[in-house]
Design a protein around this ligand. Structure first.
Ligand SMILES: Nc1nc2c(ncn2[C@@H]2O[C@H](COP(=O)(O)OP(=O)(O)OP(=O)(O)O)[C@@H](O)[C@H]2O)c(=O)[nH]1
Length: 691
């Protein structure tokens, strides 16, 4: 079977927006008008097709991304839904990695909102070609001009209207298409399915002409020939103008702006036309880079079926049909039944069934091609960010970066009977979300979950409490992962002796402890010469040492970067045992660490704050007050980027502080950088809290 659409006719795009700008409603309408969705599911009814998790419907925010395939004007559209919440920027980045372009939806009543700014900056980072859709033109207070102004001022980007709204608020009727210089009016009774061309209303004529002039001037700037012709009095024809707008989008030279009201069913078809006309196809964007999994040489993969298969898994969801792995094919063809290499994990994976998702149906497919987004059913080893490829041509596509988790807390099932269910559920959640981690505290045996923020963990706990899991869980307070180490060497000679009734216990060990290189972990060495401690007792010594290292003397955190050597000892023919040596080693090492000036270490985060100029002073002042060390300050677009090292302990609730400090306009990312010794005064506080 051949492909149904040429790769040039693909549009893999996302819809990005601030919460509530209307991303879900717009997606719904797109699916409706492009014929694959048969009923309009209103968000406020909780029936939207893309919002398939019960929880999302209740919260009204889209947490997970889904990919849906639909068709328009002979093109194949794959819509990748991107979430808008700040704690889920990882999901946004993940989606941005696999799409070729995006529609940025604004609420025309609100203009550029804080989260619009955040996702826009992420779009800049990944160089995503974008068009802007000013939605909610029907809302009281809607202002297209204000949106244009906001894009300039808040985003430092250059907006160029390619449409003007006709009317506003309850009077909003349609748009002026500045490319064709025609009005387009929607017929309310048809639920927006019917619309027709009309003459531009007289009161808009002048404004439309000025806007068209601006559009043409912005367009011809991109092409010398068109510019020369224009200067000689020849305006570009429609095809040329469209080509130039497309070029502007591809290079982010400027951003075309459209208007509409998804909710009132206006402007959606013209938005789809713009997606087709202006967003890039897979062959319009730079080829994908990767490394050869054998030679580690850099390779590029072009968007064609003729190169070996390479695809990237970008989303895993669990649904009633099983595990679905969403992947984008960058090059090559995929056939059902083949065995692929997961080059990231070095594991083979058989492709059993695969499906393509439509608005409210799924289509079983046997083949998929370069540019496609497919959902693979029942993969076992693959996780988000993994590359799946032709085993004969192993390649690892650019890896996605996941920031280190910043927060952790304990969870436990309220009832014993739920404990096992909890463990299984947590494993599942961790496999679906690479920024969510689960581990067990070796000391307390508690289950610890780690993630990107309090809301992130809250939502996981919420999922556990709901169907299908229905687990009653108790959670602890969020906390930082400290470590302990030593600063100098020490030697200890310790004898464990006990005589109670029959057999006694005897073991003597002499240990040397000293700091190991930073990051080298801990190391045990048996340096005994001759048989002063018989071999069979050594595992006991090692066990004793390991148990001390899991819980340090300062506040019970793991002890790292320590070398321990057993240099001497003694035993007794009758009274010695592995247990006696374990006890001796434990006591010896405890004493040794106390003598070796123990120190508390804390994780230091590299924090990057992106802030409008007016808040930079307060942002820096605040970072200083958090024991932060400012590393630098740069410009990105019209925003300031401040980098600093800040102890994680002082970064809790930072999201909220930053939001209120900047009226929600600054955003930040942070990732673990290194561990550093905690200042004495702070160490005392930590000790008081945990010991
Ligand atoms: N008046 C008006 N309301 C709209 C329009 N589009 C969406 N809404 C409403 O705005 C609210 C939010 O819309 P959604 O589509 O859920 O927005 P979203 O951006 O997907 O929201 P998140 O998923 O939370 O990020 C809903 O109550 C919609 O009915 C519009 O064009 N006009």
């Amino acid at each position: 079977m051949a492909r149904s659409h040429k790769i040039e006719d693909y549009r893999n795009f996302g819809i990005m927006a601030h919460i509530d700008a209307g991303k879900t409603t717009t997606t719904e309408r797109i699916l409706y008008y492009s014929g694959k969705s048969h009923k309009i599911g209103e968000v406020h009814d909780g029936a939207a097709t893309m919002d398939y998790m019960e929880q999302e419907q209740e919260r009204g925010i889209t947490i997970t991304s889904a990919a849906t395939t639909t068709f328009w004007n002979g093109k194949r559209l794959n819509i990748i839904d991107t979430p808008g919440h700040v704690d889920f920027t990882i999901e946004v980045e993940r989606s941005l990695r696999v799409l070729d372009g995006a529609v940025c939806v604004l609420d025309s009543n609100q203009g550029v909102e804080p989260q619009t700014e955040t996702v826009w900056r992420q779009g800049d980072k990944y160089k995503v070609p974008r068009i802007v859709f000013c939605n909610k033109m029907d809302k009281t207070g809607a202002s297209f001009d204000q949106c244009i102004d906001d894009i300039k001022k808040r985003l430092g980007a250059r907006p160029v209207p390619i449409q003007l709204p006709i009317g506003a608020e309850s009077d909003f009727k349609g748009i002026v298409d500045l490319v064709r210089m025609k009005a387009v009016i929607w017929e309310d009774e048809s639920l927006g399915a019917k619309f027709h061309d009309a003459e531009i209303p007289a009161d808009l004529q002048e404004k439309a002409e000025a806007a068209r002039m601006e559009l043409i001037e912005a367009a011809v700037e991109l092409d010398e020939g068109a510019m020369e012709a224009y200067l000689e009095g020849n305006e570009p024809d429609e095809a040329t103008l469209k080509r130039l707008i497309r070029e502007a989008v591809r290079t982010s030279a400027w951003f075309p702006v459209l208007a509409g009201s998804a909710f009132k069913n206006k402007g959606v078809q013209t938005l789809l036309d713009a997606v087709v006309d202006y967003l890039p196809s897979p062959v319009d964007v730079p080829p994908t880079k990767g490394i050869d999994a054998k030679t580690e040489a850099e390779v590029v993969r072009h968007s064609t079926d003729d190169e070996p298969l390479a695809m990237l898994a970008f989303k895993i969801i669990e649904d009633p049909f099983g595990v679905l792995t969403f992947a984008r094919i960058y090059s090559g063809k995929l056939e059902k039944g083949v065995t692929l290499l997961n080059s990231t994990k070095e594991k083979r994976e058989r492709i059993g069934r695969m499906v393509q998702m439509h608005a409210n149906s799924r289509e079983e497919i046997d083949e998929a091609f370069a540019g496609d987004i497919v959902a693979l059913v029942g993969l076992k080893e693959s996780r988000t960010g993994d590359t799946l490829c032709d085993p004969a041509h192993p390649v690892i596509l650019e890896k996605m970066e996941f920031p280190a988790p910043v927060i952790e807390m304990s969870v436990e099932a309220a009832t014993k009977s739920d404990q096992e269910k909890l463990t299984t559920a947590l494993m599942k959640l961790a496999s679906e979300d690479p920024s969510f981690y689960v581990s067990t505290d070796s000391e307390s045996g508690q289950t610890i979950i780690k993630g990107m923020g309090e809301l992130h963990l809250d939502i996981k706990v919420d999922i556990l409490r709901r169907a299908p899991y229905n687990i009653k869980v108790n959670v602890g307070a969020p906390q930082v992962a400290y470590r302990e180490t030593i600063r100098k060497a020490a030697e200890i000679d310790y004898t464990h002796k006990k005589q109670t009734g029959g057999t006694g216990q005897f073991a003597r060990v002499k240990l040397v402890v000293e700091p190991n290189e930073i990051g080298a972990g801990h190391k045990f060495e048996n340096k005994i010469i001759g048989g002063v401690v018989p071999k069979e007792y050594i595992p006991g010594v090692e066990k004793g040492i390991n148990s001390v290292l899991t819980s340090g003397p300062i506040a019970g955190f793991p002890v790292v970067d320590v070398k321990v050597a057993l240099i001497d000892g003694a035993y007794h023919e009758v009274d010695s045992s592995a247990i006696a040596f374990e006890i001796a080693a434990r006591a010896a090492l405890r004493e040794g660490i106390e003598k070796a000036s123990p120190a508390l270490l804390e994780p230091i985060m590299k924090v990057e704050v992106v802030s409008p100029e007016e808040y930079v002073g307060s942002v820096i002042g605040d970072l200083n007050s958090r024991r932060g060390q400012i590393q630098g300050q740069d410009m990105r677009g019209n925003a300031n980027v401040i980098t600093a090292f800040v102890p994680l302990a002082n970064m809790f609730s930072y999201v909220n502080n930053l939001r209120s400090m900047s009226q929600g306009r600054a955003s930040y990312t942070m990732q673990f950088d290194h561990y550093e010794q905690v200042p004495a005064a702070v160490a005392q506080e930590v000790q008081a809290k945990y010991a």
